[in-house]
Ligand binder design. Structure first.
Ligand SMILES: [Zn+2]
Ligand SMILES: [Zn+2]
Length: 441
């Protein structure tokens, strides 16, 4: 498989002399298989030079599979300039996560409304199809593609592309689930030692990959003030990729405020850390024009998931119970979830929550940790002890960011663990991921 980077910048295109080497165009990566299948990962402004290159290749019809991780601007802004879509006889199959705010077609049409762009989406002459995806295993072109939700303040999918005996995993944009990566007392550097279930799932998704392309927008120092913005540091990426036995990592989604010297310094530090991990992981910062030809090194182990086919969430109406003894927090969460197509009820204490669950089973519980009287852990233990509530998904929402509390919550059986401060888009994305995964009822 051939991999080529056309856009490596995050947030906003950043042209100029300071970004000449690593590049100023936003997210776009081209994959070409031995069979000639064309997969395009994200459609930031890098899609414009990619389109020019495809058009220059000749008269053959262009059949593009465009895999969009999420629909923030820096991942879709190049699409209106993707010139093959303006030619009859070409085709584009566009894939993206089903979101809570309209279909993929609706969102892409939005940025091409008359106010913003002279040609509307429906006027494009190429044959364009739209595919809203959830987590699972898909066939795109002739290629096996696994998808898994990332941690970002929008519904965001990571893609694992397995073809020609190699696996390329695209994880942009994503933020660590937990401040602490490792469980205290466990041997660091192993997937089983990862503290948060979300980070562990993330590591498993990239296991044994030949190439992982990962968001690493911030330095560890910058990240402290940019939590909940949905981006990673090289420290997190290198450690988790080493634990997952990844061969090579391309750090990408470079911050618009980082010039070439700064990104080169990140690359140097990431390489030192990778050496310390001692797994032979090769790491570099992706740059525009970078081309890799991946050859199989060992037998590819396909990614297996317990739930290869998830039903779409969009058509279902879910009931969520929010439990918190702080009236302000309770009101804030309820208001945020009521903006989505959910039925929301609320309880101000553990015993009240258990009574309400007994009367009417919700699809998901959002549960506070520290409550007067019966706390969240005690509620969890009660729920997990009864067969009828044993599989009920529970998202714990808490100010307790420390390792012992996180570990205790997962040991008590929480489905997900979200820490304060949190942003509303981040919470709604995590709620939606829990619901998409739930096979409950
Ligand atoms: Zn982005
Ligand atoms: Zn984003």
């Amino acid at each position: 498989m051939r991999v080529r980077f056309w856009g490596t910048r995050g947030s906003i295109a950043t042209p100029g002399p300071g970004t000449n080497h690593f590049g100023g165009n936003t997210s776009c990566v081209e994959l070409t298989t031995a069979n000639g299948d064309l997969l395009i990962l994200d459609c930031g402004t890098g899609a414009h030079p990619l389109a020019a290159e495809l058009m220059a290749q000749g008269e053959k019809a262009i059949n593009a599979n465009i895999l969009i991780g999420h629909t923030h601007w820096d991942h879709i802004q190049g699409f209106p300039f993707f010139s093959p879509a303006f030619v009859k006889g070409n085709s584009a199959a566009i894939y993206g996560p089903e979101g809570s705010h309209g279909s993929l077609h609706h969102v892409l049409a939005g940025q091409m409304e008359f106010t913003y762009f002279p040609i509307e989406l429906n006027q494009l002459p190429a044959a364009i199809t739209y595919h809203d995806l959830t987590e699972g295993i898909h066939t795109i072109g002739g290629v096996r593609v696994a998808t898994q939700f990332l941690n970002h303040p929008a519904m965001t999918l990571g893609y694992r592309v397995e073809v020609d005996g190699v696996a390329v995993v695209y994880l942009v944009d994503h933020e660590p689930f937990s401040d602490e990566l490792w469980r205290a007392g466990a041997e660091p550097g192993r997937i089983e030692s990862i503290l948060h279930e979300g980070d562990r799932r993330h590591a498993k998704f990239m296991t044994g990959a030949d190439l992982v392309i990962h968001d690493a927008q911030y330095t560890p120092e910058e990240y402290v003030s940019k939590k909940t913005w949905g981006h990673s540091t090289y420290e997190y990426v290198v450690q988790i990729a080493a634990a997952a036995g990844v061969r090579q990592v391309a750090l990408t989604h470079h911050d618009p405020g980082h010039d070439d010297h700064f990104v080169a310094d990140i690359e140097r530090k990431a390489r030192i850390l990778a050496l310390q991990c001692g797994t032979g992981l090769d790491v570099f910062c992706a740059y525009e024009g970078c081309e890799l030809v991946l050859e199989p090194l060992s037998t590819l182990k396909p990614f297996i998931t317990a739930h290869p086919f998830h039903s779409p969430v969009a058509q279902r109406r879910f009931h969520i119970l929010v439990v918190d003894d702080q009236p302000d927090t309770l009101a804030l969460i309820v208001r945020a979830l009521e903006e989505e197509p959910y039925t929301v009820s609320k309880a101000a204490s553990g015993p009240e929550a258990l009574r309400m669950i007994g009367e009417r089973m919700p699809d998901l519980v959002v549960l506070d940790y520290k409550m007067a009287g019966m706390d969240g852990l005690a509620v969890m233990r009660t729920l997990r002890a009864k067969p009828e509530t044993q599989p009920l998904p529970v998202l714990m929402l808490t100010a307790m960011t420390d390792e012992p509390s996180t570990r205790a919550a997962f040991e008590a059986g929480v489905t997900d663990y979200v820490t304060k401060p949190f942003s509303i888009p981040q919470l709604t994305a995590r709620v939606r991921a829990c619901l998409a995964r739930s096979e409950f009822r």
